[in-house]
Every structure is written in C-alpha cells, then in structure tokens.
Design a protein around this ligand. Structure first.
Ligand SMILES: C[S@@+](CC[C@H](N)C(=O)[O-])C[C@H]1O[C@@H](n2cnc3c(N)ncnc32)[C@H](O)[C@@H]1O
Length: 255
C-alpha cells in the first residue's frame, strides 16, 4: 500500500516537494533498514578506499560529482576526521547543479526514476547539512551549475588539479560523460574512481555510468587502465586507475 502511494506521489508531485515529504516520512518512521545497510556499505567502501590510498601514498583531493543530500560528503569528512589518512594536502569538492537532475539529453539518459529536477537541494541547505556535520567551511568548495558548463575546459573559478578519490553519483549517462571528460586529464596512477550507479539501468537502456566510463577508457585513451576495486551497496562499483606504462601488456578486461 505504502509503496504504491509513494510511486503516485513521485509521479504527481514536483520533485522538491516529494523529496521533502519523503524525508519527513523517514523522520517520523525512523531510518529504514535499506537505508541503514546502504549507508553502512558506503561508509565501509570509503574506509577501505582511504586506507588503500593512504597506504599507497596517493595524494590529492576528494571530488564528488552529484553531492546533494550530502550523505557521502559527510561520510568522507567523518572518516578523514576520525582516522589519520592524511597524505599531503586534502580538500573536498562538491559539484552539483543544486537544482536536481538535468533533462535527458538522449534516450540513453532515460530512466523511470531519473526525472528532471529530482534530488534537488538548494546550495544553502547543503551548507547547512555540512555545518551540522561539523565540516569546516574552509574544508570544502561547492561548484554550482550543470556540468556541461562547470566542467568545461573554459569554465571559470577554482577546480581540483590533483584528485585521490572521485565519487561519481550523478546517475545519468550525459552527466557522467561530462565528468569523465573533466577527469581524464586529471588522472593519476593509483587514484580511485567510484560510481554510485554503476549497476543502474532500466528495462530499455544500459547503465549510463558504465557506458560513459567504458567510452572514456576506450582505445583512444591507451595511457590508462582500470583495475576493478570494491563493489558497494546494491549499485556501486569502484576502480583503481593504473598507468598503462606501469602495467605493460595488461588490458581493460572487465567489459
Ligand atoms: C543521487 S543525487 C546525489 C546524492 C549524494 N551523493 C549524497 O550522497 O547524498 C544525484 C545528484 O546529481 C546531480 N546531477 C546530476 N547530473 C548533473 C549535472 N549534469 N550537472 C550538475 N549536477 C548534476 C543532481 O543535482 C543530484 O543532486
């Protein structure tokens, strides 16, 4: 009963109202079991990833593409505050439209759950969530706007140059494709790329994040390879980036 009411509400209500009602519902009923498991799994993935990166002396910032909600962002801060993962300077970057998902650019972006405006959270509310989680304002930078603009080579403003962990949680093929174009010139051997929606597809289209990643690491980019790392949650997958020079004769075998 509850599930069908939920899908009707999702269909009929504007996304920000639906999101607000959903959070209010969870506040009243308590955290649902699914959420608790997913949160725990993501936390555990991040713990492993930052330990690996620290052990291997991989330096650079944390960049999250699709940060609204602030769940993953807060996990990263919590871990960095709790454990001595420090290898070199560390800053957190939050890339988001702060207006929710963009419209689909092509059929491959289409998914019944991913509608324009879904997951919208105002930038101010994101800052409030970060503050409540104890994240100092100077520990992170938000970059507001749609990726076709903010991740374009000519985009103005500060951007991370060295990244140790990139967390891609923007669901759609076109969004992930823009993220990958931004990340390719910033790759470093040993960094980790994580995709929150790697196993998300619909009855008609394949996983947009997977497609965009496969294209980025296709034959025209022979300098880099991907080593499958940790699978997390029900849809997430991560990879370690390797320099092809360092791994002679190997190939991207996972697709
Ligand atoms: C599922 S939410 C992210 C959840 C977040 N990682 C968390 O832990 O709470 C997906 C986000 O991706 C953002 N997004 C997707 N495509 C985008 C694009 N092309 N440009 C900017 N933001 C985008 C949406 O605004 C949305 O906030």
């Amino acid at each position: 009963m509850m599930r069908s009411l939920k899908s009707v509400a999702r269909e009929r209500l504007p996304a920000p109202i639906f999101n607000m009602l959903q959070s209010a519902y969870h506040r009243v009923t308590g955290p649902n079991e699914h959420y608790v498991h997913e949160y725990g799994d993501r936390y555990e993935f991040m713990r492993k990833a930052f330990t690996t990166l620290s052990y291997n002396r991989i330096e650079g910032d944390y960049a999250e593409f699709g940060c609204c909600g602030g769940v993953t962002f807060r996990i990263v801060h919590r871990l960095m505050a709790k454990y001595p993962y420090g290898v070199g300077p560390f800053h957190m970057w939050a890339f988001d439209s702060f207006e929710g998902l963009p419209p689909a650019e092509s059929a491959i972006d289409e998914h019944p759950i991913w509608q324009e405006g879904n997951f919208a959270m105002a930038e101010e509310d994101f800052h409030k969530k970060c503050k409540a989680a104890g994240i100092p304002r100077n520990a992170y930078t938000t970059v507001k706007g749609f990726y076709d603009k903010t991740l374009a080579p000519a985009a103005e403003g500060p951007r991370p140059m060295k990244i140790r962990l990139a967390y891609v949680d923007c669901d759609m093929y076109s969004s992930t494709s823009a993220v990958m174009k931004f990340l390719m010139p910033r790759l470093q051997h040993g960094m980790i790329l994580a995709f929150d929606d790697y196993y998300c597809w619909s009855s008609e289209v394949p996983s947009g994040e997977r497609m965009a990643l496969a294209e980025a690491f296709g034959p025209e980019n022979p300098d880099w390879r991907l080593l499958p790392y940790v699978q997390f949650g029900w849809a997430g997958m991560s990879f370690v980036v390797e320099s092809a020079k360092a791994v002679n004769g190997s190939h991207n075998a996972h697709w």
